[in-house]
Structures are given as C-alpha cells and as structure tokens.
Design a protein around this ligand. Structure first.
Ligand SMILES: Cc1cc2nc3c(=O)[nH]c(=O)nc-3n(C[C@H](O)[C@H](O)[C@H](O)COP(=O)(O)OP(=O)(O)OC[C@H]3O[C@@H](n4cnc5c(N)ncnc54)[C@H](O)[C@@H]3O)c2cc1C
Length: 465
C-alpha cells in the first residue's frame, strides 16, 4: 500500500515511520525547508518553519508520548539524545521541594526527553530518513486533493495530492497531518461541516541557558496558575530551558508582556518561576496569539464526508498547549491509525473512514473534550480576575483541579496522581482510586489557596505598564 502523508511535523513523521514498519510505502510532503546543517543551537536559531507558527515556542513531550516513542521508535529517542536532548523526569523537581518527597522506583514512568521543538523535529526527521520505506519531500506544497466519485458512493474518494507545481501524486490513503492550517481551505471537499473553534490563548516565551555555563537548574512542576496568567517552565536540550507566560487572548491589559523589560518585571513578581528567568537568553522572544482549540470531523452523523483521507494530530484537533498534549496526541493517533489499518481493508474506504473516526472518538476525543471543558472554566476564572471578582463554579472536576494545583504540590501521593492524569499515564478514575487519596484531596482543600504565590492583577498590570 502507498500512503501519502501531508505534513512533516511530529504527527506526519511518526505516522510515516510507524506505517513503514508495517511494510507500507510512505511519501511525506511538506512545504517547509529542511533543517540547516549544524548543532542544536544552529538548528534552533536558523530553521525557519513558516508552516508551524509555534515552532520556536516552549514544548515538552509528555511521558505518555515519550514512552510510545521509546517503545516503538527507539531510534527517535537516540537521535534526540545525540542532539543534546536530556533525560528528564517531570515530577523529580517538584518532589525535591517536598519534605516527604523521596523518589520511588516506579517514578520512572514520569520520564521523558527534553529538547527544544526544532531539535526534537530534526531528530524525528533524521530517524525518518533512516527508515526503510519512508521518503520525505521538503519544500513541496500541496494545493489540493485528487478525488473521484465512485458510482453509488455519493461522497468523493481521495486518490492523491496535487502539488503546487502541478505534479500529481497518487496513493491508496492520504493522511492529513497538516497541523493548525485549516485543511478545508485546501480541500473544499471536507469543508461542508464547519470546524469547531474555541476562543484562544496568548503565549510570551523566552528560552534561557545558565549565564555562568553551569547545568540547567532542576525544573519545578511545569505549570502554575496565577491571577490572570499561567506560567510554564520546561527544560530543553543542551542545558537550555524556557519560561512562558500565558494569558487569555482577550486580555488586552497584558499585551505589553511582549516587551522585554515588561516581561522581566512581571516574572520577577512570581517567587516560584522567577529564578528560571535569570539566565542568559537564547534566541529571540516569541509572542504568539490566536492559539485556539479546534476540532474537525470527517465523519458526520455516521456518514463520511470524504473517503481515502484521514486527519491526524493537529489536523484533527488542537487543544490548550499549556497541557502539552499536542505532540503526544499526534503520536497516539499514528498508533491508532496503524491499528485500524491492521484490521480494516483499505479497499473498503467507507469502513476505514468509519472505524478510524470511531476509534478516534473513543480513544482521543475524551482527552480533547476534557481540556476544552477546562478552558471554559479557566477563561471564566480569568474574566473574573479582570473584573476584580472571585470566580465561583460548582463543577466537581474544576474544584478538584483548583485544590490540586496548589495543595497537590504539598503532598507526594496527590502530586503523583495529578502527574499520572496530567501526563496521560492513566485515566483520572484509576489515578484517583488509590486508597485514601480522595480524603487527602479533601484535607488539602481546606487550606489551599486558589493560586500559586504571585501578584494580584493590579500589581501585575503595574509591572507590565
Ligand atoms: C504555543 C504552543 C505551545 C505548544 N506547546 C506544546 C508542548 O509543550 N507539547 C506538545 O506536545 N505540544 C505543544 N503544542 C502543540 C504542538 O505544537 C502541536 O500539537 C504539534 O505541532 C502538532 O504536530 P502536527 O505534526 O500535527 O502539526 P504541525 O507540527 O503543525 O505540522 C504540520 C506540517 O504540515 C505542513 N503543511 C501544512 N499544509 C501544507 C500543505 N498544503 N503542503 C505542504 N505542507 C503543508 C506544515 O508546513 C507543517 O510542517 C503547542 C502548540 C502551541 C501553539
């Protein structure tokens, strides 16, 4: 079988490698150029990827995604490590800050590899280039789908891609791994059902390295929520790390965070993450707005809009990036497609479309929907911050989150449960089923502040200026 993959981001490359290992021939096309030759700092500074707006923003690979790669595509992990990637345990830093925070043997499940996004992608590309059956064509833009309407089927069947230069590529299956760009703009065939779009987030990211040449400090818990902003601190390769301030896209008052002095004055107000903003800055600061959660369905009301085409990773759905789900969702989606293709004949395209949609709905949709629900409450909380009010909400899941985000970091067992849920190692019900855990949550709820230590909105606005 020949599979065409549109997009050589993490989802497209992992899909290509996973399917090639099944014996399929895979061609990947991507409009962006290949990475420059050189070390990780050169790749980070000079690889321009106009097709991926968030390319230079902080990225962390969740332990669930890392575990899949290590198990199924170990060459990728080796390539990341060769490029300065660092083994990283996502709870180790937070455990160090706890009196009863001794490591336990099965904390190895919280392992991942830390690398800046361009470095991680260069490693994925190198691994794909070494994989028999995979051909990656860079600098190649697709401008449309090749389709036919088989008699009696009633919906278009995709048979390949039309490239910008007019070249036609044919395939038994086309995989859209084209990221946040709306596939309906390219392929009107899939545009009949409008894409569901939520409101968005705005990122203000800076990368750092120790100014005295020393190793990076131990990373704390990666995500903290405060009045009006969330702060994400994640490690990178080659002793780098990044700090991001995340606001609601609608928060005009904090747009000044794009300015260097304002960003530094603001981060200095947060005792937890402030030390991580004291290094030497690496590369340019990035301010990115319009980070929206989206969802596209190619099967509606039990009927495919199109056959011969599946959408994976961000081309299927995008979620709030603070939780770092994106790349891991793409990796899981690639495995899901592989499993569907093992059991479904590509010559029965309607069955393939239905089965892929059903499995996506069962395995990935709950993760997307959970984060979309979280966004709704967090936006309401930030809107209340902006109005100077305290947000109230009766949703039990949200109340548990508010307790966990400050209180949970005082207790190793609660923190491990939060890590298992947040890093996608087990489902929430399983994580919370451990004896005594719910009672401990309730105990912590009594004294837990709403937000991690930091300024109120007035102080923050004064610092931003
Ligand atoms: C601010 C921000 C922070 C994030 N942080 C994290 C994080 O910490 N951890 C995490 O896991 N995820 C994070 N994400 C999400 C992550 O970036 C995405 O989930 C990931 O990029 C999805 O990979 P993908 O391969 O599906 O799509 P992409 O990486 O977007 O790749 C799509 C590719 O398709 C190409 N393409 C599109 N159209 C065409 C065409 N017509 N012809 C040829 N090529 C085309 C594009 O050029 C691009 O190379 C973050 C996202 C944002 C916005």
């Amino acid at each position: 079988m020949h599979v065409l993959v549109l997009g050589a981001g993490p989802t497209g490359l992992v899909t290509a490698m996973v399917l090639a290992k099944e014996g399929h021939r895979v061609t990947v096309v991507d409009q962006d150029p290949p990475p420059p030759v050189g070390g990780p700092d050169r790749v980070f500074a000079d690889w321009k990827r106009p097709g991926v707006g968030q390319f230079s923003v902080a990225h962390i690979l969740l332990p669930a995604g890392y575990g899949r790669l290590r198990h199924e595509l170990p060459d990728v992990v080796d390539q990341v490590l060769e490029r300065g990637g660092r083994p990283h345990n996502v709870i180790a830093g937070a455990l160090r800050l706890m009196p009863q925070g001794a490591a336990e043997p099965d904390d190895a499940r919280f392992a991942t590899v830390a690398a800046r996004r361009p470095v991680l992608e260069a490693a994925l590309l190198a691994a794909a280039d070494h994989t028999d059956g995979v051909t990656v064509r860079r600098g190649t833009r697709a401008r449309g789908l090749r389709t036919e309407v088989p008699s009696g089927a009633g919906v278009p069947h995709v048979t390949g891609l039309v490239l910008d230069e007019g070249e036609h590529l044919s395939a038994d299956l086309v995989v859209a791994a084209s990221g946040r760009s709306d596939i309906a703009a390219l392929f009107p065939e899939v545009g009949r059902q409008p894409r569901h779009i939520e409101r968005g987030w705005r990122y203000y990211t800076r990368h750092f390295r120790s100014s005295d040449g020393g190793a990076a400090p131990h990373m704390p818990w990666p995500l903290h929520h405060h009045n009006s902003v969330s702060i994400v601190v994640v490690p990178g390769d080659s002793d780098t790390w990044s700090v991001s301030l995340v606001t609601s896209d609608r928060d005009q008052g904090l747009r000044g965070l794009a300015r260097e002095e304002a960003w530094h004055r603001a981060i200095a107000l947060y005792p937890g993450p402030a030390p991580w903003a004291k290094g030497e800055q690496v590369g340019a600061a990035v301010a990115m707005g319009g980070v929206r959660s989206t969802r596209r369905q190619l099967v509606c009301a039990g009927r495919p809009l199109v056959t011969g085409l599946v959408a994976l990773g961000d081309a299927w759905a995008t979620t709030n990036p603070q939780f770092g789900l994106g790349m891991t969702a793409g990796i899981l989606h690639a495995g899901l497609l592989r499993d569907v293709l093992r059991e479904t004949d590509v010559r029965d395209p309607v069955e393939l479309a239905l089965r892929f949609a059903a499995d996506t709905e069962r395995q990935l949709e709950p993760l997307r929907a959970g984060l979309a629900r979280w966004d709704t409450y967090r936006w309401a909380e930030i809107d209340a911050d902006i109005r100077g009010e305290v947000h109230h909400c009766d949703d039990e899941g949200w109340i548990q989150h508010v307790v966990g985000r400050t209180g949970g970091l005082q207790d190793a067992a609660v923190m491990r449960a939060m890590g298992e849920i947040g890093f996608l190692l087990v489902d929430p019900a399983t994580a919370m089923s451990k004896p005594g855990l719910t009672a401990r949550f309730t105990e912590l709820a009594a004294g837990a502040p709403r937000y991690a230590e930091g300024p109120d909105r007035g102080e923050l606005l004064a610092a931003v200026g």
